[in-house]
Design a protein. Structure first.
Length: 289
């Protein structure tokens, strides 16, 4: 092989080696560039508790996550007592409740901080076929303590009253027990359900039934009766709750252990923002600001 041929071959080999080095460097730089573009680490929080607060919490979570790709907000129900216990024990970041803390809960979880996110009315509902359109607070109490057992005792047809309420974990039940029942026992035959939706469905399919649900759960499948107090009968409407004239109303809460930080704070702040409070109103509750 002559010197010229050898030079060409060695020159070609050199160029090939240089090309491989350049390619490797480019690929390496590309890898580094891809690492720089790795999505932000996903932050996850758990929100659990009241089925009354649940629709607002879920819709707010969906809307927040739509514009914050690194947020993972997991929302579930179970009742106010479940929510308070979960956040108190540290198995959830936010506990939802449709009642204030009980004294025993305050003692057990002294670091819980309350955030009022909405105001709700509790509607007393009957089957749409029921002719009764209004009840006084005393009549409602009489039905739920077993003193009144037939609809003809309150102006309706002769039909046995089927009493439907919530289970012991419910904040709605707790408020109803304190405000309407004045802490008198419920009738032993009361059918207990674990959610607003379950109460509504039972009343919808049971002609003689009566139940109570958060105002946001009202639709054409059940009828809300007007509630009388001090001689005045008031319809169960959002406007009357806002005006303060509807008697069976309460605040809705989210609890955190200490002041919230990070995603939990941002999420609660969003619910209290104009966009979040618009969701509150769309779900049939009264905004707090």
């Amino acid at each position: 092989m002559n010197r010229s041929s050898s030079f060409r071959k060695s020159g070609f080999t050199g160029l090939l080696l240089v090309g491989l080095v350049v390619l490797a460097a480019a690929l390496c730089c590309g890898c580094i560039g891809n690492q720089d573009q790795t999505p932000a680490e996903v932050q996850t929080i758990a929100v659990t508790g009241s089925t009354t607060v649940l629709p607002v919490a879920q819709l707010a979570a969906d809307e927040y996550m739509r514009t914050h790709s690194s947020a993972d907000i997991q929302v579930s129900g179970g009742g106010s007592s479940v929510g308070v216990q979960a956040v108190g024990e540290g198995t959830a970041d936010i506990g939802m409740a449709s009642r204030d803390l009980k004294s025993a809960e305050t003692e057990k979880y002294p670091s819980l901080v309350k955030h009022t996110v909405a105001i709700d009315g509790i509607a007393v509902i009957v089957n749409p076929a029921n002719a009764v359109s209004s009840l006084s607070l005393d009549q409602i109490k009489g039905i739920y303590n077993g003193t009144i057992t037939n609809w003809n005792q309150v102006g309706g047809a002769s039909q046995e009253i089927v009493v439907v309420g919530r289970d012991s974990a419910s904040g709605t039940r707790e408020f109803f027990y304190e405000f309407v029942m004045k802490k008198e026992d419920f009738v032993p035959t009361q059918i207990e359900k674990n959610s607003n939706g379950a109460v509504k469905q039972t009343v919808q399919h049971t002609p003689g039934a009566i139940g109570y649900v958060g105002l946001g759960y009202l639709d054409g499948t059940v009828k809300a009766v007007s509630v009388g107090t001090d001689g005045t009968v008031v319809e169960a409407t959002l406007e009357n709750v806002r005006a303060g004239t509807y008697p069976i109303a309460r605040e809705l809460y989210m609890f955190t252990t200490g002041e919230p930080t990070g995603l939990a704070k941002d999420y609660i702040d969003f619910i209290l923002s104009p966009d979040g409070q618009a969701i509150v109103e769309e779900e049939g509750f009264v905004r707090v600001n």
